[in-house]
Every structure is written in C-alpha cells, then in structure tokens.
Design a protein around this ligand. Structure first.
Ligand SMILES: Nc1ncnc2c1ncn2[C@@H]1O[C@H](COP(=O)(O)OP(=O)(O)O)[C@@H](O)[C@H]1O
Ligand SMILES: [Mg+2]
Length: 447
C-alpha cells in the first residue's frame, strides 16, 4: 500500500489569491437578500446551482476584495482539501497580506471539503468572519444544525425576484416609473414567466435562454441528484423529472405517483419517496403542504409541487396560469428566507374548494391568496371567490387576495350568506410591491 501525501502547492495558492483580488467585479449586480452579521456566527447561503450564490459573495467583497479570502472549492487548486490543509491556505494569505491578520473567509461550495464543519468551527473560534455556500439543502442545513449547533445562520438564495429581474434588465419600476414603463414591464413579466429568472438567463439574448436552461437542468440532475446519491434507477428518476416538469403547481403524493408508475416500472414507494427528496434537496422542486390543524393530517395529505424556476417548464408543458402560481410561490419562499416565522400552505375543503396559498405567521393565518389569470368568465370568478370565502370563514382570516394577470380593484362579495372583501392585484404589482410583508433582516435567526 502506498501512502500518498497530498501537499497543496503554495505558489498555485498564492497565484489564485492574487489573481482573484485583481478580478474585475464591476459587472456584479446587487441582490436583495440581506444577511444579518452576528458575531461568532457563520453566514451560510444555500440555493440552487446557478442562482447566483458565488456572485452574491462577490457583491459583498467587491468593495474591498483584499480583505477577503475567497476560496472556490470547485477549483482544482483546492482539490482535494481537508480542514487541516486550509490552515496552509490561511498562511499563504497572511504572507501575501501581513497587515491583514484576520481576513473574512468565504468558502464557496463548501460541501466539497469532507470535514468542513470542523474547518468552519476552527475559523470562528480563531475570530474570523465566515461565509459559506452550498448547492444542496440537505448536507448543508442538516450539518449546520448538528455540527455547528446554532453557529451559522442559513439563508436561501432563489433565482431573481421580479424586482431584481427588472434591475438586471435596466428597467426602473419605483413610483411613477412603474406607470411610465408599464408596457415594458408587462412585456418583461411575460419573459419572466416564460424563461424564468436565473440571473444568467435574464441577461442572455432570447435565443440563448433555452439552451442555457437545458444545460442547468442537466448539470443539476447529474451532479446534485444522480452522482451525489448514486441513483441506480435512472429511468425512474427521469420519469419523476418529466412528471414534475409537466405537473408543476399540481398535487402529488407518493401513492398517486406509485399508481401512475407501477404499471411500467419496477418501483417501490420508498424509492419514489427517496428520489423526490433528492430532487427537493437539489432545489429542483419544492413541495407545499396542506393546511391542516393536526400535524399528522398535514403529513399524509398530498403536496403541491412547484419548480425552482418557471423557465424549466419549457421542457415540460407550459401553462401561463401555473407559471403565475409558481412565480407567486417562489416569491413567498423568498419572503420566508428573510422572515423564517412565515409558513405557507395550500387549503382544500372536504367539498373541494381550493385556495392556493395560506400565509401563516406564528400560528396565525395572515392572508389567503388565490392565483387566477383571468376572472372574466363568470363561473371561474364565482369558483375562486367562493373558495376564498369558505377558507376565510373556516380559517378566520379576512385578508383575501386574488392575484390576476390584469384585473385590479376591490370586490365586496356575498355568496351563500358569506361575506368578504377581496383584493384583485395584478401579478406585476404583486411581485413588485411585497416589501410590506418583509421583515427586517435582523429577525432572521433559526438555522
Ligand atoms: N449578481 C449578479 N450580477 C451579474 N450576473 C450574475 C449575478 N449573479 C449571477 N450572475 C450570472 O449567473 C451566473 C451564475 O451565478 P453564480 O453566482 O455562479 O451561481 P451559483 O454560485 O449559485 O452557482 C454567473 O456566472 C453570472 O453570469
Ligand atoms: Mg457558485
């Protein structure tokens, strides 16, 4: 047996550091995510591959890059790497910048380092400010919770909000500008729903968008699902993938998937459940639970499936109304990232009335949101309103909203003895004007 000693090449490391500090960061656009810096705690940014985590770190360090030791663990210079090796990287930095004893350390795609929790703890214990990123929800948040026990604050970075999207496209929307640029903003909402909101896609010319998304999807599935979990039943995974791309904003349950697939495939419910979890951890999809009083009922009810980005549905079947609902859901998730006390559910009554989103804060139902592209058909209008009124009565919440494509106003509705005031809000305005529900970043705490 031979003992291979891996030694980091000091010259390469120093070259990496110097070259990094000399990079041009002028093209890095600001993001909305606000992180609270708490002394002695690391800041963890998780989110789907390509959502902009690396650039987010750049947006923080660009003011004064030399104060930061940024390490990209996907760069071969740092592969393989252990916590112990990293001390030598720190030494290399200090030799280059003897006047800065404690750089802010940024560990990008940290899950590539096997004992990274140890490294983070060491850095915190020696008084460094630490940022870390990862492209999977599980390894990172679970590890953070167990090994770093409250020593890191975790934030999720999603693809661009519509506000960020407009900023990336150079369109102002504040106050009067919203009306001045209204036609343009409406057209951009169409693009936002069609191609989604990955930063690179937002900046790319039209013809390049679909190929970029295709590549993102392939890499995400290959690296974050197939390889990470050594998936054996690739055929089943593909089936689940395409089902998700076709059935986003619809209900799924392990049972219904099992019934659908068992005729064609040798599957078990366990495998289906596992693969869905992998897809969820890779941030490909998100599952929304049903609002139920009893926790047990919450667990067994079907979930609603949403995609991390509406652009991905280009590879399934596009539907404007479901794209709208998906975009609203991801925006709600963005809010949750800056206010973890928020919870979201869907609501469905035994008689079949459905409300898309129930907004809960500290056990209180704060708002009921319905998404409906077009209410001009009398039957649709009645169905959506009736569902809201039913939910309003049962959940004791009078704050009712229908997010529409165009219609705006307030309706006083009375049906079957139930009364309510319903706000109709066009999606453009809804996506741009949610600041009120956001909390100050200082309130984000739990990991
Ligand atoms: N804030 C930003 N400003 C400008 N371009 C961005 C920004 N964020 C992301 N991008 C574009 O998207 C690509 C992917 O972003 P990146 O930060 O590498 O994602 P992640 O680290 O989450 O995988 C970048 O290479 C860049 O082209
Ligand atoms: Mg990155």
């Amino acid at each position: 047996m031979s003992l291979i000693l891996h030694i980091l090449d000091e010259t390469l490391v120093k070259r990496y550091i110097v070259e990094f500090h000399e990079r041009d960061f002028s093209g890095v656009l600001p993001r909305e995510l606000k992180v609270a810096k708490v002394r002695g705690k690391a800041t963890a940014i998780i989110g789907p591959r390509r959502a902009g985590k690396t650039y987010y770190l750049f947006s923080i360090l660009k003011e004064d890059p030399q104060k930061y030791l940024y390490v990209d663990f996907e760069n071969p210079v740092f592969y393989p790497m252990t916590a112990r090796d990293f001390i030598r990287v720190l030494d290399a930095y200090r030799e280059l910048y003897p006047e800065i004893q404690k750089p802010v350390v940024m560990l990008d795609e940290v899950q590539a380092v096997p004992d990274w929790e140890r490294l983070v703890r060491y850095l915190l214990d020696t008084g460094h400010e630490v940022y870390l990123t990862g492209s999977s929800s599980k390894p990172l948040s679970a590890e953070v919770a167990t090994h770093l026990r409250g020593r890191a604050l975790t934030y999720t970075l999603f693809p661009l909000s519509f506000r960020e999207f407009l900023l990336f496209r150079g369109v102002e929307y504040g106050e009067r500008a919203f009306y001045r640029n209204y036609t343009r903003i409406k057209a951009l909402l169409g693009e936002y729903l069609e191609y989604g909101a990955y930063p690179e896609v937002a900046l790319a010319p039209k013809e390049a968008r679909e190929p970029i998304l295709k590549e993102y999807l392939n890499v995400m599935i290959k690296r974050d699902v197939l390889e990470r979990h050594r998936v054996r039943n690739v055929y089943l995974l593909n089936e689940l993938l395409y089902l998700s791309l076709r059935s986003y904003a619809k209900y799924v349950s392990i049972d219904s998937l099992y019934r659908l697939l068992k005729g064609r495939l040798k599957v078990t419910k366990m495998t289906i459940a596992n693969y869905l979890t992998y897809l969820e951890e890779a941030f490909f999809l998100l599952l929304l639970r049903k609002y139920e009083r009893s926790p047990k009922a919450r667990v067994v009810a079907p979930r609603k499936l949403y995609l991390i980005d509406t652009g991905l549905s280009l590879f399934g079947s596009k539907d404007i109304e479901r794209d709208m609902e998906n975009a609203v859901f991801i925006e709600l998730m963005r809010m949750k990232s800056s206010n973890p006390r928020l919870e979201f559910y869907y609501w469905k009554s035994p008689s079949g009335h459905e409300v898309d989103f129930v907004v809960v804060e500290e056990r209180r139902v704060k708002e009921l949101i319905q998404v409906s592209a077009d209410l001009s058909d009398e039957k649709t209008r009645r169905r959506e309103f009736l569902a809201l009124l039913n939910a309003s009565k049962e959940l004791k919440c009078k704050n009712l909203t229908v997010v529409t494509l165009n219609e705006e106003g307030v309706e006083r509705v009375e049906l079957y003895g139930m009364k309510g005031e319903i706000k109709l809000v066009p999606l453009t305005k809804w996506l741009l004007g949610r600041e009120a529900l956001r909390n100050e970043p200082e309130t984000q705490l739990p990991v």
